[in-house]
Design a protein around this ligand. Structure first.
Ligand SMILES: [Zn+2]
Length: 61
């Protein structure tokens, strides 16, 4: 099962315990799913304050 970072909401593969952003605050309890392809041109990315392309959770508990 995939996990999500509490700091940047990035989706992380289950075998990893540290996010790309350097955080180890990772949760299995997340919901919603968004793929950001163009972080600079995406309204969703702006709303979520995402600056990098990737897969993100909408809510991380
Ligand atoms: Zn992160």
């Amino acid at each position: 099962m995939e996990k999500a970072c509490r700091d940047c909401r990035r989706i992380i593969e289950s075998e990893k315990s540290v996010c790309k952003c350097g955080s180890n605050s990772i949760s299995k309890d997340w919901s919603g799913y968004v793929v950001i392809i163009d972080a600079k041109g995406s309204e969703i990315a702006k709303k979520l304050e995402i600056k990098e392309e990737g897969r993100y959770a909408l809510k991380v508990r």
